[in-house]
Design a protein around this ligand. Structure first.
Ligand code: ZN
Length: 67
């Protein structure tokens, strides 16, 4: 399967959309917004900021959904 490793992350504070690289084997718990410098954290029950705020699930979740 093809794992997507870039995502468009939308800041919940200012709605700024930024393109971000996702590591394939680690969860990203903190991400700083380029625009307003808010520190994004995963929502409750989510493994990483990408699953919470991006248009693409993180690589780890993509693999899990494939199985
Ligand atoms: Zn922001």
């Amino acid at each position: 399967m093809q794992v997507i490793t870039t995502a468009n992350l939308t800041c919940p504070e200012c709605s700024h959309v930024q393109r971000a690289e996702m590591p394939e084997n680690a969860c990203v718990h903190f991400f700083e917004c380029d625009n307003c410098h808010a520190l994004l954290k995963p929502l409750e029950g989510h493994c990483c900021v990408f699953c919470s705020y991006a248009d693409t699930l993180c690589p780890i979740e993509q693999v899990e959904q494939e199985i």
